[in-house]
Design a protein around this ligand. Structure first.
Ligand SMILES: C[S@@+](CC[C@H](N)C(=O)[O-])C[C@H]1O[C@@H](n2cnc3c(N)ncnc32)[C@H](O)[C@@H]1O
Length: 219
């Protein structure tokens, strides 16, 4: 359980939680939906293309699709992960929510599709899971928002270098944004060294700042 009463999973492999211990749901809504997706959506009227590094439980995917549906926006999500949580672990996570959230039905259907090797499709919405290593998968282009949700630089320093971040930034639409919960100085500098604009944005409760990067300054 995280501090806002929403559950997370702990990875034995990396010895850390999938989400912020300050609040899994609060962080996901703040970093990825509000400061990422909604911010990017304000720049374009058409269908939204979203890419995520670390699909995990599908929490960010379900929240993104749920937000798009509420806004009446078309949205196509693609999440990369080397492996999804095992079924038993995912069900334990689902069953640990104190009150079943309204978007959980969507999360369940996304998870079922992914576990069956299929793409989730619903009117104007889709969610695709691509298994593979972040450094090896070939990434799409024209993404309006990239959710960069790797484990932290302490656990996975190799995923926070300029070399690792470059293809995820290159996937951006010219008016797209990459957002991440991580606001460490070396990550900020790694993004800036690649020639992108990067800013500190107020973080969710428990974290002072997060990062948002864009191709050019268009505000
Ligand atoms: C912080 S969790 C992501 C949580 C997820 N966004 C969610 O909503 O539940 C990080 C994820 O990155 C995945 N991962 C770690 N290293 C990876 C790599 N090198 N390539 C692809 N996925 C990786 C892990 O399997 C894990 O699911």
């Amino acid at each position: 359980m995280t501090r806002d009463g929403s559950p997370s999973l702990e990875s034995h492999r990396w010895g850390c939680a999938f989400h912020s211990r300050h609040g899994a749901l609060t962080e996901a809504l703040h970093v990825y939906v509000q400061e990422g997706l909604a911010h990017a959506a304000a720049q374009t009227a058409g269908p939204l293309q979203i890419l995520e590094m670390g699909a995990g439980t599908g929490l960010n995917a379900a929240l993104a699709l749920d937000w798009a549906q509420q806004q009446g926006r078309e949205l196509h999500y693609m999440g990369i992960d080397l492996a999804l949580p095992e079924q038993e672990a995912w069900e334990a996570w689902r069953d640990s929510w104190p009150q079943r959230p309204s978007w959980m039905e969507k999360a369940q259907r996304i998870r079922d599709a992914w576990a069956a090797g299929q793409r989730f499709v619903e009117k104007g919405l889709s969610a695709t899971y691509v298994p593979g290593l972040a450094s090896e998968v070939s990434l799409p282009s024209g993404m309006h928002c990239v959710f960069y949700d790797a484990f932290s630089p302490t656990q996975q320093p190799e995923l926070w270098t300029s070399d690792a971040l470059a293809p995820w930034l290159a996937a951006l639409h010219p008016q797209g944004y990459l957002v991440t919960y991580c606001a460490r100085g070396h990550v900020f500098r790694a993004i800036r060294a690649l020639g992108y604009r990067v800013e500190h944005v107020q973080g969710p409760p428990g974290k002072r700042e997060m990062l948002r990067a864009s191709v050019v300054s268009h505000r």
